[in-house]
Design a protein around this ligand. Sequence first.
Ligand code: ES4
Ligand code: ZN
Length: 346
Amino acid sequence: MPLPKAELHLHIEGTLEPELAFALAARNGITLPYADTDELRKAYEFADLQSFLNLYYGLMAVLRTEDDFADLADAYLARAAAQGVRHAEIFFDPQAHLARGVGIGTVVEGLGRALDRWGSPRSSEAESGGEAAHGISTQLIMCFLRDESAGSALETLEAAKPYLAPHGPIVGVGLDSAEVGHPPAKFREVYEAAAALGLRRVAHAGEEGPPAYITEALDVLGVERIDHGLRCMEDPELVARLVRDQVPLTLCPLSNVRLRAVDVLADHPLPAMLDAGLLCTVNSDDPAYFGGYAGDNFDAVREALGLAPERLRELARNSFTASFLEHDEERRARYLAEVEAYEFGA
Ligand code: ES4
Ligand code: ZN
């Protein structure tokens, strides 16, 4: 049985496996510029964030209907459940779909169908002892593309209003896409508007961008978690602040290797970050592209960094501590109790 965990840094569009991409392309009469899934998988060789993003946005062309988004989320949740994910806060990129004529309603209604299906325990699986016996609680976080204008982000927030919590599934806003040259302060106004609507706030910062972007995301955007945040380690004063305030960092180790933020996993600063007292979590980012889902990331850091079982338990505990579950503390306590009771195998 896998260690129970929450997934806090997961782009649903980044769960599009080559097989599903081809199936959706066929269903929608779209011809992909790859002969087959093998050729597509070979294209998953990236030099940096931008080369990844180019492929990622290109492949989204196959996502057109509510059914497509429902199938995408269904496939992700099945894999996540099998890897011990109990709770997932899922990013999506409304602007990337709107640019192709796919409205936010299509995206949210489609995703929502799958999220609802997985929201409760699966009794048939439980009876058969299947690995996906557990349900998964989920929330959506809409990300603004930081290489688009602040005005476009504001329009996107406006369009999302029918789908916001507490009536809809969107609980927060995030900031993603090409980081360098697009500092957080560009989005001050839209984050203020999001806060006024009662939304939670996160932002990618310190992945390829400098530590100053992390500070700016905290000070100017008022974010409650930092996505990635790896480069905080270059600034001891910033580390001290993140430790003092226990600001969660949603690290994505396999992503960092594939996008060359670190050379090899054995060089990843995760152990030093935990030793420093940072509230680190381990997540999968874009698992179809980066070589693994949440459990695969846990397995990879355990092997490459020699993390002891109690370190892995700490990471799992952190994932629930950092979750936006304030509306359901009983649920959080249940998940945390499961983490404490977990027995590691030999
Ligand atoms: C992303 Cl790894 C990463 N960084 C920034 N934006 C993204 N969108 C999807 N994956
Ligand atoms: Zn990301």
